[in-house]
Design a protein around this ligand. Structure first.
Ligand code: SF4
Length: 336
């Protein structure tokens, strides 16, 4: 299981990501018949050694389609679980199982069951940042790209329970105009730390910059508000999933881009468009859980076959239905 905040979260350390490390990682990966997947918020050295980088859903799809018998998932625990749900016959390893997620931890299956009991007949829509047990209680999972389409696919007269992210929920509620959509008050400690006043100050200091905003950020509402007020031209504010940020980086004509999400994202953006000056809205927006996948943790994982991710067959089957419905609706990809 992933860690709780009370646990010791000191990352494994003492290994430099040098040439010898890279050779050893590649050798061990071949020996294990393993594919290395790294989330966009991982440390640069981990992103650079991976076979694939991307958002959580894109990586889960790659995991399911891969010929490799072992998946090394460099990300947080719910992501490795999602890969296991979609690829139940493969061995899925996460280099440090203590790498949890404050957003996924903001609701558990018992809380969701109690919420459902208060709203009988409601359709449950969960963002992918949830545990396998919560997904098993969910009707449809969603990503930040297709959350609006998923909710629009539900008949108007049905109540909707949207969880766990309150900012993504507010975004969906505004876009769909639904009064019968209830939003769980969960949040990610990293995204919640990117606030409106900070964004406004950075936008004012960089009037020609594009603003890339992730909808889970607490600043998304402010960004839209600023655009509506004409403080920032509407065309400069782009609400994007992490996957879409990379695509947009290749297409924008801006020379400076302010990025409102976890700072690990800057590495992929700079690789995609080295000529653009990418700046974090908040340099402190760093996920401590993502940064637990260190060079030492990856080496340990490959050497010792740890930490293996298990999801029991019944939970996995129920959760898989919710994840597959997500894949069928709206735009693919676009998870955190
Ligand atoms: S950045 Fe936030 S939502 Fe993403 S893994 Fe870290 S705690 Fe979870």
């Amino acid at each position: 299981m992933a860690a709780t905040l009370a646990d010791d979260l000191t990352p494994f350390s003492g290994v430099q990501p040098d040439g010898a490390w890279r050779d050893e990682v590649r050798r061990l990966a071949r020996e294990r018949d393993a594919v290395l997947l790294a989330h966009n918020y991982q440390l640069p050295a981990i992103q650079d050694i991976a076979d694939h980088t991307g958002d959580s859903l894109a990586l889960s799809r790659i995991a399911a389609a891969s010929d490799a018998s072992t998946i090394i998932f460099c990300g947080v625990h719910f992501m490795a679980e999602t890969a296991k749900i979609l690829a139940p016959d493969k061995t899925v390893l996460i280099p440090d199982a203590r790498a949890g997620c404050s957003l996924a931890d903001s609701i558990d299956a018992a809380q969701l069951r109690a919420w459902k009991a208060e709203h009988p007949g409601a359709v449950v829509v969960s963002y992918v940042n949830t545990t396998a047990e919560v997904k098993a209680e969910t009707d449809i999972c969603c990503t930040s790209s297709n959350a609006v389409d998923v909710v629009r696919s539900i008949p108007e007269d049905r109540e909707v329970l949207f969880l766990p992210d309150q900012f993504l929920g507010a975004h969906v509620k505004r876009e769909t105009g639904r009064d019968n959509l209830h939003v769980w008050a969960g949040e990610c400690h990293v995204h919640a730390g990117i606030n409106g006043p900070e964004l406004a100050a950075r936008a004012a200091a960089n009037p020609d910059a594009d603003l890339f905003v992730h909808p889970e950020c607490g600043c998304a509402t402010s960004a839209l508000y600023l655009a509506g007020e004409g403080v920032v031209p509407e065309t400069q504010v782009k609400i994007l999933s992490t996957g879409d940020m990379v695509t947009e980086a290749r297409n924008t004509r801006a020379t400076t881009v302010l990025v409102a999400t976890e700072i690990g994202m800057l590495h992929q953006l700079r690789l995609a468009a080295p000529e653009i000056d990418f700046r974090a809205v908040n340099e402190r927006a760093s996920c401590r859980y993502m940064k637990m996948i260190t060079p030492a943790a990856l080496l340990r994982s490959l050497r010792e076959g740890r930490d293996e991710v298990h999801v029991d067959a019944t939970t996995a089957a129920r959760a898989r239905g919710a994840v597959q419905r997500m894949i069928e609706i709206g735009k693919p990809g676009g998870a955190e």
